[in-house]
Write a protein that binds this ligand. Structure first.
Ligand SMILES: [Zn+2]
Length: 82
């Protein structure tokens, strides 16, 4: 078999080889369990790109959350009525 890629499948059960999603993270149909919940085992470039992007977005969102919290703290500290 040539070019059988391992797709990222965050919903598959790694302890059960018969449990995997119908579609990989990139939207490719998974016909015979050529997927993995472990990012390090993934060879599909599309899947990698997808979860790298998602991870980056999660980091940005987290940073924004922290900024918002800091903004709130600043707001409370600047509030005159205390
Ligand atoms: Zn894929």
């Amino acid at each position: 078999m040539k070019g059988l890629k391992t797709h990222y499948d965050p919903f598959g059960n790694p302890n059960d080889e018969y449990s995997f999603s119908d579609y990989g993270y990139c939207g490719t149909y998974i016909s015979d369990g050529n997927s993995s919940g472990y990012k390090s085992s993934v060879t599909c470039k599309k899947c990698k790109k997808m979860f790298e992007k998602t991870d980056a977005e999660r980091l940005i969102a987290r940073q924004q959350e922290l900024d918002d919290m800091q903004g709130y703290v600043d707001f409370v500290n600047e509030s005159p009525n205390k």
